[in-house]
Design a binder for this molecule. Structure first.
Ligand code: NAP
Length: 276
């Protein structure tokens, strides 16, 4: 009698209390008048496998997965999308016919955010400079390469991690030293900060930012605060800036559509709901 069940979804992480995802999905459920609930689920490392196999029995149709479970969730899935395989992590799981389907929508969210906020952006117009080589950078780089950027210039404090991404993603990636990466800003058409620097509670990003100029598209995937020092400097020099909140909102779209059957809109009321 599963057809009479109220569809449930949620976000699994540890910690999870700070997650904005319940606000995002809750806003959409109310806006479209849909039956369903989306809840934060605090799950300890050792419990993930058991939780993922129990949730469908309780009416869960899927979950988002966040730190620290994104890599392990991929390992526990029965079927994995090409994108999640490339990125090496899952953020969206769908439970269907007794199986766990894993996908990664971070790269989709990143691209959809830039396309919405900077519609004139042309990925082919020049190299993209990516700062950082963590989990989010993997999703961003896969998306940039798929979108057709001619080259990704990659800088990370720990250079070996940048070299690892080059080994995984190929010849269109060029790694440079972190300390001199500010000098590469002027050479890039698209510049993205994927490090945690500039986020509330983290140090500022201290690179030479004088290379920002008109015609560039600059995105910070940090969204607390919305206007980071990085974006303020870019804006002051005439670049088009895109904040990180939209990536969080857009990455939620495919999961919501799969679980609740409605493709939701990312618009200003949703931004306000997520920030509330
Ligand atoms: P991660 O895997 O832990 O990677 C962190 C990155 O930041 C690494 O490249 C790390 O360099 C760099 N970093 C940290 N502290 C640094 C410092 N003091 N100096 C220089 N580099 C430093 O984290 P992540 O999952 O990629 O997330 C990164 C940021 O993106 C976080 O702020 C997260 O909230 C944000 N994010 C936003 C969205 C969105 O939807 N908008 C989605 C995902 C993530 P090393 O390798 O040298 O340590």
């Amino acid at each position: 009698m599963t057809e009479h069940r109220i569809p449930l979804a949620g976000v699994i992480g540890n910690p999870i209390a700070h997650s904005r995802s319940p606000k995002v999905h809750g806003h959409w459920l109310a806006r479209y008048g849909l039956t369903g609930h989306y809840v934060p689920l605090h799950v300890e490392d050792g419990d993930l496998a058991q939780v993922l196999h129990t949730l469908p029995q309780m009416g869960f149709v899927g979950v988002n997965v966040t730190i620290p479970h994104k890599v392990r969730a991929l390992e526990l899935a029965d079927a994995i999308s090409d994108r999640a395989t490339l990125i090496g992590a899952a953020n969206t799981l769908t439970f269907r016919d007794g199986k766990i389907y894993a996908d990664n929508t971070d790269g989709y969210g990143f691209l959809a955010n830039i396309k919405q906020e900077a519609p004139e952006w042309n990925p082919a117009s020049g190299p993209a400079l990516v700062l950082g080589a963590g989990g989010a950078a993997r999703a961003v780089i896969v998306a940039l390469l798929e979108a057709g950027v001619p080259e990704v210039i990659l800088a990370n404090r720990t250079r070996s991690k940048a070299e690892g991404l080059r080994a995984d993603f190929g010849a269109r990636i060029r790694t440079i030293e972190w300390v001199t990466s500010g000098e590469a800003i002027g050479d890039a058409a698209t510049i993205i900060n994927t490090t945690a620097l500039g986020m509330q509670g983290q140090p500022e990003l201290r690179l030479d930012l004088s290379g920002f100029r008109r015609g560039q598209v600059v995105n910070d995937i940090v969204y607390t605060p919305l206007m980071t020092h990085f974006l303020t400097e870019a804006q002051a020099r005439g670049a088009t800036t895109v904040d990180g909140l939209g990536m969080l909102l857009h990455q939620a779209v495919p999961g919501f559509e799969r679980w609740f059957g409605q493709r939701p809109e990312v618009d200003e009321p949703l931004r306000q709901a997520a920030l509330a």
